[in-house]
Write a protein of this length. Structure first.
Length: 220
């Protein structure tokens, strides 16, 4: 009985540890692993994310209230890499330096651009785009140099997200690892529950047998 409880505790511990760590990793991954509101008081931002695919990720500022940004042509979509486009961007009041690193190696770094363009139909201050490898931890550091208080009305948000033609798809290998992890910790928790219930039932049966073996003194 004690052995069952011991194994139940071990499976419970392993299951909870695996569940906590794996769900933490999954919460830092996905199609948009980073989405952080930019506050006026923020001067340095550090965040880590786990890549879920071998893909290009874009880094920059999106806006929860894009209507607060005054574009000369609101419906016009501009490409900051296309010098021939006729859409005018707007000056960005956000000045910052940023760096993307993996471990001790800097993958890419630079400064926030001076112009906010419409990217994929929405205003986006594109810092840069980088190719990342699946199942690797990356760290993004942003040092805010200055920002205009009026920009806060547009509610800027620091984002890292997959930027590919098939951005709606996860890498099948990552999906398999995610499923395997959840099955593993689910199985550990299930076994822990079975062992606990079995131990309690065995104890109850033992107590019943002991009571039946004890002579009824009052009846005698």
């Amino acid at each position: 009985m004690r052995t069952k409880l011991l194994f139940a505790f071990l499976f419970l511990s392993v299951g909870l540890a695996l569940a906590g760590y794996s769900e933490f990793c999954f919460s830092r991954s996905g199609l948009t692993p980073v989405s952080i509101p930019i506050l006026n008081a923020s001067t340095h931002i550090t965040t880590k994310f786990l890549s879920c695919a071998n893909a290009r990720y874009r880094i920059g500022l999106a806006f929860d209230e894009p209507g607060e940004l005054r574009f000369a042509k609101p419906d016009c979509i501009g490409d900051p890499h296309d010098a021939t486009n006729e859409c005018a961007g707007i000056p960005s009041p956000f000045k910052a330096a940023w760096a993307l690193s993996r471990g001790s190696r800097v993958v890419q770094q630079g400064f926030a651009p001076e112009t906010i363009w419409r990217v994929d139909g929405q205003p986006f201050l594109l810092f840069g785009a980088s190719k990342v490898e699946m199942l690797q931890w990356y760290q993004l550091d942003v040092d805010v140099i200055s920002q205009d208080a009026r920009m806060a009305q547009a509610r800027p948000r620091l984002k890292v997200e997959i930027w590919t033609e098939k951005s709606f798809l996860y890498d099948p290998e990552f999906q398999g690892i995610k499923l395997a992890a959840r099955i593993s910790y689910g199985l550990c928790l299930f076994i822990a529950g079975i062992l606990t219930v079995s131990s309690l039932v065995a104890r109850r049966e033992l107590n019943s047998v002991v009571k039946e073996d004890v002579p009824d003194v009052e009846a005698e």
